[in-house]
Design a protein around this ligand. Structure first.
Ligand SMILES: [Zn+2]
Ligand SMILES: [Zn+2]
Length: 191
């Protein structure tokens, strides 16, 4: 069994240390575990603008250090991959490309959480939005994220379903996104 999308206490909405997550995975027979906590808000100058959503910028180095040490420690027992879940924020590609160019990282998940000011997991932000515009915007951003070269994998492709709004809007855009080839530009040795 493989799980590449896991969080721990640095993100502010999960419990346990990285070691706890690894122990949880081992106990459940997971053979490949990706640790992939939320990346800092690299596009924001503040250290920790969203403490309940993602780690602080000042925690980034410690996260990578601890995760890669754990990867070595567990080698032979558990195939731990060091990853991160990074936001797709159009216009900040260069910032994210630089911040994510770290040799410790085995993979990067890309997530579309926001469509402009609308946040897919925060219904109050899109309460007055036109559902069609919201859905079309989501698929448009997803296609842009997939084509950006920043990410290895797009996380929770269906996050737009969380709000529970019925809409067929965006079907064409969805197809466009699915046809895009994912893959980051080579910038670090594969491992
Ligand atoms: Zn997540
Ligand atoms: Zn997410």
């Amino acid at each position: 069994m493989i799980d590449l999308h896991t969080h721990h206490d640095r993100c502010g909405h999960a419990d346990g240390t990285l070691s706890d997550v690894a122990a949880w995975a081992e106990a459940r027979g997971i053979s490949v575990l990706g640790v992939s906590d939320h990346a800092p808000r690299f596009a924001d100058e503040r250290d920790h603008p969203r403490p309940s959503i993602q780690m602080a910028r000042s925690q980034w180095d410690g996260y990578l250090e601890e995760a890669s040490a754990l990867r070595e420690e567990l080698a032979g027992r558990l195939d731990l991959r060091v990853g991160v879940e990074a936001d797709w924020i159009p216009g900040t590609e260069d910032t994210y490309r630089a911040a994510l160019a770290r040799s410790e990282l085995d993979f990067v998940l890309g997530s579309v959480h926001e469509v402009g000011d609308w946040h897919v997991y925060q219904p109050h932000t899109f309460a007055d939005a036109d559902p069609e515009a919201f859905h079309r915007g989501y698929w448009r951003e997803l296609a842009a994220a997939a084509g950006s070269g920043l990410f290895d994998v797009i996380a929770h492709l269906d996050a737009i379903r969380v709000p529970g709004r019925a809409s067929t809007g965006g079907a064409g855009e969805a197809r466009g996104a699915a046809e895009l080839r994912l893959g980051r530009s080579p910038q670090r040795p594969a491992r």
